[in-house]
Design a protein. Structure first.
Length: 110
């Protein structure tokens, strides 16, 4: 019984310490992309741009402070940044209608 408990503890430790990158927050990704789009369309400091940014924050349920905190958390952590940036690229590609390339395995190869 002690061996089984030890085995379970070791298995749990290996699973808990996996190096898989964290998944990006889809809500933050969508808000981030729309904020960048608003900035490109309306500029950075125009009143229309400010209203557009407020609409984006409201749409995704963020206050300005919450959004900045979430974005800064991602920007300050390399392990969060790469998955976030990949998700942003995928989101932009989907909005532009660019198909995602999926590698195809040839028959007989694994």
């Amino acid at each position: 019984m002690k061996r089984f408990a030890f085995f379970c503890a070791v298995a749990f430790a290996f699973c808990a310490c996996s190096d898989s990158p964290p998944k990006a927050d889809d809500r933050l990704v969508a808000a981030f992309v729309e904020m960048r789009v608003a900035e490109q369309i309306y500029g950075g400091d125009s009143p229309t741009a400010r209203l557009a940014r407020l609409d984006v924050l409201k749409k995704y349920g963020y206050t300005r402070e919450e959004y900045l905190r979430a974005a800064n958390k991602v920007l300050d952590n390399d392990k969060l940044w790469l998955p976030f940036q990949a998700a942003v690229s995928d989101r932009i590609d989907s909005l532009l209608g660019i198909p995602k390339i999926v590698p195809v395995q040839k028959k007989g190869k694994k």
